[in-house]
Write a protein that binds this ligand. Structure first.
Ligand code: AMP
Length: 279
């Protein structure tokens, strides 16, 4: 179970017997850790007596044509980075441990799973909700740390926690970006050099829209649309301005707008978002 100095927990049994001082903080990831993940671990370290990071590339949340098999994996590096950021243990289960033969339950967060990313990635959020419900039950943390980078995911998990009475507090942490604004993502390693430079248009487009000062959803969406149209290597899949508190349409009571998009840069699909204050 030991790797260097950080305990590697490979089974649910090992998690159960691992000594956890409370409060326990949990950071779920799919590995290939970067500064975005590390920021979550550091926040958990500040607030909790024990910090557990999970590294699990969850097959349930990948569609059939998606990148499950080629998703970047580097467990040795993940162990070192998690340790350095202050984690006390890493939970690295095999898929067969979480989904043994006969496994058939699915957690669905209706409506929220049907918008934005859920439209493009059918079944994705059922996979996310199901694995996180399992991980919350296995690990039993007081707090779980997730990134605003995946705003809809955090929103959906918050809803699930409320609806299913998990006693975990969800802490949503800010998006960490590269020096040029590109949101950090494990998928950025797929980008060829020319794609990597073209991809900076994504965050620039979102910041430009936010900085117009407009809170009209159409203006925000069009600004992003027009900015991305100027970059031939980037194909916008969608951009939407939604009420950040509901993910529904912006209305008179909207306090904050979530301006989110998905775009393809070559074969790589990236997502990003900004929050736009309304008042
Ligand atoms: P992933 O490994 O992509 O499933 O991400 C694991 C967690 O890290 C999720 O809660 C993500 O929202 C969060 N995360 C990923 N990228 C970033 C980022 N650039 N900034 C902050 N959090 C992030």
């Amino acid at each position: 179970m030991e790797h260097g100095e950080i305990p590697i927990l490979r089974s649910i049994e090992e998690v159960r017997f691992f000594t956890k001082e409370r409060p326990l903080g949990f950071v779920p990831t799919m590995g290939c850790l970067h500064e975005g993940h590390i920021s979550l671990v550091r926040r958990a370290r500040e607030e909790c007596a024990t910090v557990i990071v999970s590294v699990f590339v969850n097959p349930l949340q990948f569609g059939s044509g998606e990148d499950f098999t080629r998703y970047p994996r580097d467990s040795e590096r993940d162990m070192a980075l998690a340790k350095e950021a202050g984690a006390d243990a890493i939970f690295m289960p095999e898929a067969a441990e979480l989904y043994p033969e006969g496994f058939t339950t699915e957690v669905r967060v209706r409506r929220i799973e049907d918008v934005l990313e859920g439209v493009a990635r059918s079944g994705h959020f059922a996979g996310v909700a199901t694995v996180l419900a399992k991980l919350l039950n296995i690990i039993g943390p007081e707090s779980m740390y997730m990134g605003q980078k995946d705003a809809q995911q955090a929103f959906l998990v918050g809803r699930m926690i409320q609806d299913l009475n998990f006693s975990t507090r969800l802490v949503v942490c800010p998006t960490i970006r590269e020096y040029d604004g590109l949101a950090m993502s494990s998928r950025n390693v797929y980008l060829k050099p020319e794609e990597r430079s073209a991809a900076t248009i994504i965050s620039r487009a979102l910041f430009t829209a936010r900085d117009t000062g407009s809170t009209d959803p159409r203006v925000l969406e069009e600004t992003v649309h027009n900015a991305l149209a100027a970059e031939p290597l980037v194909a916008l899949e969608y951009v939407f301005a939604n009420d950040a508190a509901t993910l529904g349409p912006v209305g008179p009571n909207t306090g904050e707008i979530l301006l989110s998009l998905a775009a393809r840069v070559g074969k790589t699909r990236l997502i990003d978002n900004v929050l736009v204050k309304r008042s």
